[in-house]
Write a protein that binds this ligand. Structure first.
Ligand code: ANZ
Length: 788
């Protein structure tokens, strides 16, 4: 058979135009069941799309197309997460305004995405940096503010003393400013927070109902970090105050040989004795330079300093020294611990470093200290001999403890001292008391006359336009605006709602539209968002639900992660490694269908895999073979085999086993090249391929004489009767003599055939009292049993 190449450039452009003109992928409400298939929207970076981006997009597009062909009304939108630091940094570096830069990048991304032939409803595209969008982000802020779920408090920020600017965590490299290399310090500033902690239990419970990767659910559980324990109070030995600690192991209280306060704990300055004042002061300065992440991930070597003060252990009534150390975090619980070096790893390291007493209170049965398990209590007064696990509650109670639940989850810090974000819609009066801008006065537009060079203040401070305050608010005492903008994760915490009704000028989305389209049925995106975006989106959904604004409690019913595409050298693609594959070149050389199919063929969808040029060449050759199939009058083998393929492809797409969809199609096409294919069978084949390679499928479908889009027909059904394989007759011999026959599948194994043979009635007399010692099987023809 002659293999011909098809002209992908001509065909792909043609069908992309056709689909757009005919509105084939427009989401229209109908009586059919709906399906909302969503990709995590991209940040439109200056580099444009890279071949890794579309992996997830192709997967979700295959699903969208597949369900469309199965009669669902599908919503499959795309948009841009357009605010954020890189555009602002580019403005600082090369002086292009972030708005211009972003607009340019969005144009480029859109063009690239369109070349893939994704079945997006482009009429619903959203851009989070557009005032029509961020108006509703600001409205959301107001909503939370009115509920007491948005509030201000002092918090630490990364501060570069040279550039005089606040840095995002990503801009701090090994404790230094990414731009100038100056050591970054932690500085306290008033910041805005969203009270996500109020939803901790709901966020935990909700996970149980979700069809998400187990690993992602587990990451969220750990991030929320619910622990049950007790709050215990240690009085100072001079009766001047006391220290509260949180412990999950009240059973070890007899082993608490010292206390540790976080450097920021308010008691530090109160209790420190004069002789230790200087040492403590120096230590506090040193600790202020570390970020919290460094503090928890730091080495085994613990640093710390003694305050000179003592507290009383309520169980042993002994004096215990009070230390300061940065492995205790001020932000968790009371910011103070009772240290039990015999049974806690960190405490053990610390006690060893500073030669503090280690008292074993849980029998470790020969194991090395620290022993962190449970066991029989020792050195614990009247509790000796009891099980540590059982006695914990009683001990906490006996020594004045209160049962408490602690969460690792912190409130979400949403304010940024940045320009390129949604302004926080707040004004302040002379006493710096906040007052919200009324909903009807939104959006508070981002001005364009700002100074980007770091000055130590939010760039918005420099705008004269922004400084103007409407008379109405002046009359209420407003003297200045809030200059901070919102974290971009606020913009993306609700965008999936806007797609339901993206141009609504009066509401973030209308109730009927929300009820029709939401929740998202299948969400596809990177696993790196487990404890960021995916948690924030769930939180905002729960807030809106609690306030009665939406009817569902979870935003994403099913979640799937795609794997990364690595460079041909098996390393993460990066400019510096020079292993980046540019999708434009691939699209030009091989076409969108080949690229789409190759990205699905690489391997299991959720696995990270290296790019291979040979791989995409192979896929393109396969598509040329499909293109070259010429229908014939008769081809009984492929007419039957297509039913097997329909069953396989249907099941595999639903399970997102896209790589085996491709390999099964390849097997089938090999057979068709050998044995021929009829027109109805070719038509079925291209329908099966349409979700993954829409352009070539559409082209062949039209060449077969159809006028409508292939996406308006229904998915082929298989005939189960045709799936039963033809049986073959096998002669059954005992010691070389024919004793019966059997019908078996041609693929049956020797063991299977033997198991069927031994129970044949005609063999009973020949096998009575004998043992089969061997068998010979000639596949599909004879089995000979040797007996003794
Ligand atoms: C005594 C003890 C003995 C503890 C023992 C553990 C083992 P989770 O489970 O993560 O909640 N802790 C309490 N507050 C802390 C803070 N602000 N910074 C650092 N560590 C803190 O951990 C609870 C345990 O972490 C608490 O139980 C406390 O150490 C420590 F054999 O108290 B434990």
């Amino acid at each position: 058979m002659e293999i011909r190449k098809y002209d992908h450039q001509k065909i792909e452009k043609k069908w992309q135009k056709f689909w757009e003109r005919e509105g084939v992928f427009k989401a229209k409400e109908s009586r059919q069941p709906k399906l909302y298939v969503l990709d995590m929207f991209p940040y439109p970076s200056g580099e444009g799309l890279h071949v890794g981006h579309p992996r997830g997009y192709v997967g979700s597009d295959v699903l969208a197309n597949y369900y469309r062909l199965n009669g669902y009304t599908v919503l499959h939108p795309m948009g841009f997460d357009a605010f954020g630091l890189p555009a602002e940094n580019a403005a600082i570096k090369v002086g292009v305004h972030p708005a211009q830069n972003t607009a340019k990048n969005i144009r480029r991304f859109s063009e690239q995405l369109k070349m893939f032939g994704f079945s997006y409803d482009w009429s619903r595209v959203i851009n989070t940096s557009a005032p029509e969008y961020y108006r509703w982000t600001q409205w959301l802020f107001n909503l939370l503010y009115r509920q007491g779920l948005a509030y201000q408090k002092e918090a630490y920020v990364n501060w570069c003393p040279k550039d005089k600017t606040v840095l995002a965590n990503e801009q701090v490299v090994h404790g230094c400013c990414e731009r100038c290399g100056t050591e970054v310090v932690q500085q306290q500033r008033k910041q805005w927070f969203f009270k996500i902690t109020e939803f901790a239990d709901e966020l935990l419970l909700g996970l149980n109902k979700l069809d998400w990767p187990e690993s992602t659910k587990e990451l969220q559980r750990n991030w929320i970090g619910r622990s049950e324990g007790a709050e215990l109070t240690f009085a100072m030995d001079d009766q001047r105050g006391s220290i509260k600690v949180f412990t999950t192991r009240a059973d070890t209280i007899f082993g608490a040989t010292y206390l540790v306060l976080a450097p920021e704990h308010p008691m530090v300055k109160k209790i420190v004795v004069p002789e230790q004042a200087e040492a403590v002061d120096n230590y506090l300065k040193q600790a202020a330079r570390k970020t919290e992440r460094e503090r928890v991930t730091d080495t085994k070597i613990k640093t710390g300093v003694f305050t000179g003060a003592y507290a009383i252990n309520p169980a042993t009534k002994k004096e215990v020294p009070v230390w300061v150390a940065d492995y205790v975090l001020s932000s968790y619980s009371h910011g103070a611990i009772m240290a039990v070096p015999a049974h806690d790893e960190r405490d053990h390291d610390f006690a060893t470093t500073f030669k503090l007493p280690i008292v074993e209170v849980v029998e470790s049965e020969g194991e090395k200290l620290p022993y962190t398990g449970h066991g029989r209590l020792i050195n614990s007064g009247k509790f000796n001999g009891r099980s540590s696990q059982a006695a914990g509650g009683e001990m906490a109670n006996e020594f004045g403890g209160k049962p408490t639940v602690q969460y690792r989850l912190r409130d979400w810090l949403i304010s940024r001292q940045r320009y390129w974000g949604a302004p926080i819609p707040i004004l302040y009066n002379r006493e710096e008391r906040p007052m919200p801008v009324e909903d009807k006065d939104l959006p508070i537009k981002l001005p364009d006359d700002v100074e980007f060079k770091p000055t130590g203040q939010s760039p918005l401070v420099s705008s004269r336009k922004f400084a103007r305050i409407p008379l109405k608010y002046k009359k209420q005492g407003a003297v200045r605006r809030e200059f901070d903008t919102m974290d971009t994760f606020v913009c993306s915490s609700w965008y999936f709602l806007r797609y339901a009704d993206p141009r609504n000028p009066r509401l973030f989305a209308s109730r009927p539209q929300l009820n029709y389209w939401l929740p998202v049925d299948i969400y596809v995106g990177g696993a790196e968002h487990a404890t960021g975006h995916l948690l924030y989106a769930r939180f905002i959904t729960k807030v809106l639900h609690r306030l009665g604004l939406i009817d569902f409690e979870e935003p994403f019913r099913v979640l799937r992660h795609q794997g990364l595409i690595l460079g041909e050298d098996n390393e993460k693609m990066s400019k510096s490694r020079g292993n980046v594959v540019n999708p434009d070149e691939v699209l030009e050389g091989f076409g969108a269908d080949a690229l789409r199919m190759y990205e699905m063929f690489m391997g299991p969808f959720d696995q990270s895999l290296p790019w291979s040029t040979a791989g995409i060449e192979g896929v393109r050759r396969f598509l040329n073979r499909v293109w070259s199939l010429v229908p014939q009058k008769q081809a009984p083998i492929t007419d039957r085999a297509i039913h097997k393929l329909i069953k396989k492809v249907t099941g595999d797409i639903e399970q997102m086993r896209f790589n085996t969809v491709v390999s099964s199609c390849m097997e089938f096409v090999n057979l068709a090249m050998d044995r021929g294919i009829t027109e109805p069978t070719l038509e079925k084949l291209v329908m099966l391929m349409a979700p993954m390679t829409p352009h070539i499928a559409e082209e062949i479908y039209h060449k077969l004489g159809h006028e409508q889009s292939i996406f308006t027909v229904t998915w082929p059904k298989f005939d189960p009767r045709l799936l039963i394989e033809d049986l073959v007759t096998v002669a059954v011999q005992v010691d070389g003599k024919l004793r019966g026959t059997l019908s078996v599948a041609p693929t049956a194994t020797e063991d299977e055939v033997r198991d069927l043979a031994v129970v044949l009635p005609s063999l009973a007399v020949h096998l009575e009292g004998k043992k089969i010692i061997k068998s010979h099987y000639v596949s599909g023809r004879i089995i000979n049993l040797i007996v003794k």
